[in-house]
Design a protein around this ligand. Structure first.
Ligand code: GTP
Length: 414
């Protein structure tokens, strides 16, 4: 029996917190641990033999995924992969409903739905087994977070013995649980009945509400979280599979740094010799991923948790740790880059320092309070930024093409 997967990739009006890194490339194609964010979900799907088709649903222009789809089709021969474009943002469940015929074609036995903007160990096989064990209709992946941050997520209350979900609230005002929605679902086809019922209820509400008739049909826009999961929690058959594997969201640009660390550590632990992983040495502290065209001077010290893109150059005596360096970046001799992201073509001068602040891989916030001010934990230099010799950049975001000749701390440079 075959199954399918849908990955919700959003569109250019979503993922705005990922700017300035999403100005050049859609968030889901941004490289983390040397590969597009999307790739890590595809690897997990490829490990489930029953999955024969993966559908990316979003509202980006078709051209955005053209090249990557070709690459992914060659890399993941066990399933076919297609992009389906919503004519406008239909919400996380609206797109599923709109493309229901394409999704249900071939009568798939199970449907995974995955938010593209997460970094996870993706325990998909375990979710399938759990689904069968429980004779469920829907299973959601849940993860525990610190109680202080739980209110920023969708919160689940479940029966501790059976794991049946009995209550779901998206971003509640008060604390209800620290078990949260991790953005991976497994459904049987009855999910479309639930979406249809939610749509009808929304359409009825819209008839009684006063709205501008020039507006498009408001019942078309459906959110899995608010419109569907809340309903599912009132039925039997909705269960939570709680993961103890790693998980975090990739919302802000800075969150790519801890996601990079998590995926690199996983790769290093599971396949020490994986292509692209630099061999540990006195100056390479693993895990470090380096494209084969990158150059690291033997006297530079690099790692842990560093990804280095094509044609990047790290000069003599430089120090790089907890960082993502994209293609064509250059770090001159004796410069230091810590807790930072350097986008394409960034140049860092000799003896310069670009630094964010230490951030735990499982910490969900990417800001911190410094001198009474909320600042970015990660320093982000967008495309083609140049940092002069001996200049120091701390906890700042710098927009494309800036030429920085003096020190900057805790700022956004437009
Ligand atoms: P918040 O996290 O609530 O601020 O909103 P968000 O839009 O950043 O993320 P949300 O958790 O709602 O989205 C989960 C995933 O679905 C992300 O990968 C989004 O890119 C994607 N997504 C959000 N809205 C849409 C939509 O209208 N259509 C499609 N196809 N995907 C969407």
């Amino acid at each position: 029996m075959s199954s399918k997967a849908v990955i919700l990739v959003g569109g250019d009006t979503r993922g705005t917190r990922f700017r300035p890194l999403s100005l050049d490339v859609p968030k889901v194609l941004f490289p983390v641990a040397g590969k597009p964010i999307l790739y890590h979900a595809l690897v997990a799907l490829a490990a489930v033999p029953s999955i024969k088709e993966v559908l990316l649903i979003g509202f980006y222009d078709d051209s955005v995924f053209k090249d990557y789809l070709k690459e992914a089709s060659a890399e993941f021969p066990s399933f076919s992969i297609k992009y389906l474009r919503e004519y406008r943002a239909l919400g996380t469940a609206g797109g599923l409903y709109h493309f229901r015929d394409a999704i249900l074609k071939g009568n798939p036995y199970r449907l995974f739905v995955i938010h593209a903007d997460i970094c996870s160990s993706f325990p998909l096989k375990e979710m399938l087994e759990f689904f069968d064990d429980k004779e469920a209709k829907a299973v959601i992946l849940g993860t525990r977070v610190e109680p202080e941050v739980a209110r920023n997520f969708g919160c689940l209350v479940s029966d501790p013995a059976t794991k049946r979900v009995i209550h779901y609230v998206e971003k509640p005002e008060t604390h209800i649980s620290n078990l949260i929605n991790a953005g991976v679902y497994l459904f049987d086809r009855s999910i479309f009945d639930v979406i249809r019922a939610a749509r009808t209820a929304k359409a009825e509400e819209a008839v009684t509400a006063i709205y501008d008739f020039d507006d498009e049909d408001p019942s078309e826009i459906l959110r899995l979280e608010q419109d569907i999961l809340v309903r599912l929690a009132q039925t039997d058959g909705f269960y939570v599979y709680e993961t103890r594997g790693f998980w975090r969201q990739i919302k802000t640009a800075g969150s790519a740094v801890p996601a990079n660390a998590l995926y690199l550590q996983k790769l290093f632990q599971t396949d020490f010799d994986a292509p692209g992983l630099a061999k540990p040495s006195a100056t390479i502290i693993p895990p470090v991923y380096a494209d084969k065209t990158a150059y690291i001077d033997p006297t530079a010290k690099v790692g842990p948790n560093v990804s280095i893109g094509p044609r990047a150059r790290i000069g003599p005596g430089a120090r790089v740790k907890e960082a993502i360096l994209l293609e064509d970046t250059e770090i001159k001799h004796d410069a230091c880059v810590l807790y930072s992201i350097l986008a394409r073509g960034v140049r860092v001068g000799a003896w310069a320092r670009v630094e964010g602040s230490p951030i735990q891989a499982d910490q969900h916030s990417t800001t911190l309070v410094k001198d009474g001010q909320r600042v970015q934990s990660v320093a982000i230099l967008a495309t083609d930024v140049t940092v002069g010799d001996e200049v120091r950049i701390q906890n700042s975001i710098v927009l494309p093409h800036k030429d920085l000749k003096s020190d900057v701390a805790n700022e956004i440079i437009m």
